[in-house]
Design a protein around this ligand. Sequence first.
Ligand code: ADP
Ligand code: MG
Length: 324
Amino acid sequence: PLVAQRIAAGEVIERPASVIRELLDNALDAGSKSIVASVIEGGLEEIKVIDDGEGIEREDLPLLCESHATSKVRELDDLYHIKSMGFRGEALYSIASVSRITIASSFQGQEPYQITVDNGRKEAVLPGGPRTGTMVTVEGLFKELPARRQFLKRPSTEATMARAVLLEKALAFPDRAFRFISDQTVRVDLVPTTRKQRVLDVLLLNQNIVSSEMLELYDSAGRFDLYAVCSSPAFSRSDRSHIKIYVNNRPVDEYSLVQAVTYGYGELLAGGSFPYCYLFIDVDPTLVDFNIHPTKREVKLRNKAEIHHQVVSMIASQIKRTIP
Ligand code: ADP
Ligand code: MG
């Protein structure tokens, strides 16, 4: 069974940043207000995510890392996939099969308990852990799979990728605090704030100083809401790397919507220059399907043409209005 587990896990968990992504999703799903992610040696040694969410019940601990082939987990699956940012009972199981994971948690402030699963080998539930919320520690990722471990980059590169994943999540959840610590050094410390200020805070962390030149755009069209933090045409860059699209708080790679943003600016931007634009689309969940491969960040939007049109017109009309 271990062999099958590990093959399946490889599809979801590629590197420390993928572990961070899944653990952050779980922390967010648990209603956390404050989340700390830390890595040692870029996560090759250790990855830790601490949250202040609702926690995990003692009797659930042994089930979390089980294959969803069991009926128990299939029930959990059904229960959670509606609200979950994650991938329906797959993440912890996948991580547990390629590392040593310890999940320590206090359910709603009760006595904390913890469990360790070492490369698929489940250990006993023991007392101990944080007084509130959950702490997940992942050690020695791919240590028993040298062929996969050799595909990892240098620790500093892995740390940078993990940090980028955290910032991407932080943009979608401005009302939560996020910290990122790499080898004991605090690299990111974001306090809860408004959507616009969170975008500015993240831009500042990446040395992009555009604060006073960023505009907020809104549009509500019944079946979806648009909100964007965009640069005035005076601020542009020579690549599209700062046009980011979120659908229902998930970052997606949706080129047609990136294009919609640039069409919206039209001739306000010189050829070959692109704006900063963080676009958040909230759609009725029944019109969205994220149920594709977890790492590919694709989304199927049933009303994509309508959204595309609305994005172009929101940007075209509202950006022009700001120009004297
Ligand atoms: P999914 O998130 O798709 O349900 P996971 O494997 O990521 O699958 O997590 C399995 C389950 O473990 C979650 O549904 C949730 O009940 C529980 N869980 C995991 N992490 C946390 C956490 N940080 N706080 C509370 N519950 C958690
Ligand atoms: Mg999850």
